[in-house]
Design a protein around this ligand. Sequence first.
Ligand SMILES: [Zn+2]
Length: 269
Amino acid sequence: MEIPKKDLKILWGRAANRCSICRKELSADKKHDTMSYPIGEQAHIVAENEGGPRGKSILLQKERASYRNLILLCPTHHTEIDKAPTDFPIERLHMIKQEHEDWVRESLHGFPGWDVPIQEEKYLRDDKEVRIVNFVKEWLDFLAFFDLFYTNIYSYLLRSDKKLNDLPRTDILEWHKRRGILRELLFITGEKNLVVKKFISWVQLKSEDSYLSEWNYETPFSFILDFINPIAMVNLHGLAVWNASGISKEYIEGLSWKYPGVKMLYLKI
Ligand SMILES: [Zn+2]
């Protein structure tokens, strides 16, 4: 059974392209600089089939081909563990793998880009269009909420007898939740991937609002999502935020020309 791409990515990434036993650097394919690096081999801990080394196990075919059952090795050590399976039982190989991954993590600790949280792996293996569509879908949901939310805060601010108890509390919690999700999606998608052309309305809004021009936000998305306190946002930058939310729809229209998945979503609004 073929090993899924995502499992290969995780295995090679966590082992940092090195043999888990001798830590020699490995190359992933035969075309690449094989003079200096041996080819890496993703060895099965429990063999692919019952008859292979350490093959007697209740693991299913699919589990045998997954990251958890694989260990990255150089050709020499791959041969060694399969020729002498009794010297390299399942538990020992899991231990070697774990120690190697711990060593990688400690050696690389503090390097930017390394500490990718596990839950992001799901997003990272999706392709660009899927990430864009996910962001747009979440954003359109957010806009439907945002229109009413904005109006509620605005009418609260207009009241002469403002009491803290009158604040739309559940809406504010909702705002924080949605903002958190969208910020994460925006980061994963890459803001520049949401820009298909220059939008004059955005350039103009930026030139009219001193806060906006000072911070030079790339899109209305990052501008709106930057506000931690929605009351202050509406109070101090209300008009700019309101206009930005409208302009964000132009960005989505732009994306709909390029991505059929976005077009389907755009046609519904
Ligand atoms: Zn080795």
